[in-house]
Design a binder for this molecule. Structure first.
Ligand code: ADP
Ligand code: MG
Length: 218
């Protein structure tokens, strides 16, 4: 492929003291691709995802995001790049309880000094939450809150969407609908999607499924 990858990991390794979590992770993810990462509990999937976003440090190798080597940036520059280029969906939603649904979704735009009420409405509609913008998170179900988190992760049209077991807390039917929203929204905008999942059904929908183990990714 000739285009530049949105995300490139080269020889990435993570250690805590003498204990290696993973080593030699090489991965290139291109615009519009959907990559699933699977692996045993504790193998370092969440750590790897955090490294991709520059939220965690690594011990060896490099992370390049949309052509920028994250090691060349200071903390502020890295945070700015992340806000612009990356969306993140966590297993435990992380919606802010005192903000209403529309405010939660608008948060990444606000951090970039932007405002776009029409986009919030369009996203509410797209993830099946039309008319619920003024509700507080506690007035929504788990599946609805995870769709708030998905809308929030996509509101600023990131190049890369990272999702860490986003359906891990949901029943199978709800999980499927949440995955539908996630995949449809990523595909619509050509956003590269990296999904960590234990769900075989979710992984089966990816373009590529990679297994993380201690000595690399295959
Ligand atoms: P996964 O998401 O695949 O379940 P994690 O990325 O959460 O795995 O964790 C990877 C490994 O890193 C785990 O074995 C965990 O014990 C270890 N780990 C995480 N934080 C620390 C730390 N501060 N010190 C030492 N080991 C840690
Ligand atoms: Mg994890």
């Amino acid at each position: 492929m000739s285009a530049q990858p949105i995300l490139q990991l080269q020889g990435l390794g993570k250690r805590y003291g003498d204990t290696a979590v993973f080593a030699n992770v090489d991965l290139s993810v291109y615009a519009g691709e959907f990559v699933a990462i699977v692996g045993e509990s504790g193998v370092g999937k969440s750590t790897l995802l955090n490294c991709m976003a520059g939220l965690d440090s690594w011990s060896s190798g490099s992370v390049t995001l949309d052509g920028t080597d994250l090691a060349q940036l200071n903390d502020d520059q890295r945070a700015l790049l992340r806000r612009e280029k990356v969306g993140f969906v966590f297993q435990a939603f992380h919606v802010l309880p005192h903000l209403d649904v529309a405010q939660n979704i608008a948060l990444p735009l606000m951090l970039l000094g932007r405002s776009d009420p029409a986009r919030i409405d369009a996203l509410l509609d797209a993830v099946g939450l039309a008319g619920l913008g003024a509700r507080l998170p506690q007035q929504l179900s788990g599946g609805q809150n995870q769709r708030v988190a998905i809308a929030r992760a996509l509101v600023h049209q990131p190049r890369l969407l990272l999702a860490d077991e986003p359906t891990g807390n949901l029943d199978p039917g709800t999980a499927r609908r949440v995955m539908d929203s996630l995949i449809a929204q990523a595909r619509e905008h050509g956003t590269a999607l990296v999904l960590v999942t234990h769900s075989e059904a979710a992984a089966a929908r990816a373009d590529r499924v990679l297994q993380l183990c201690a000595d690399g990714i295959v």
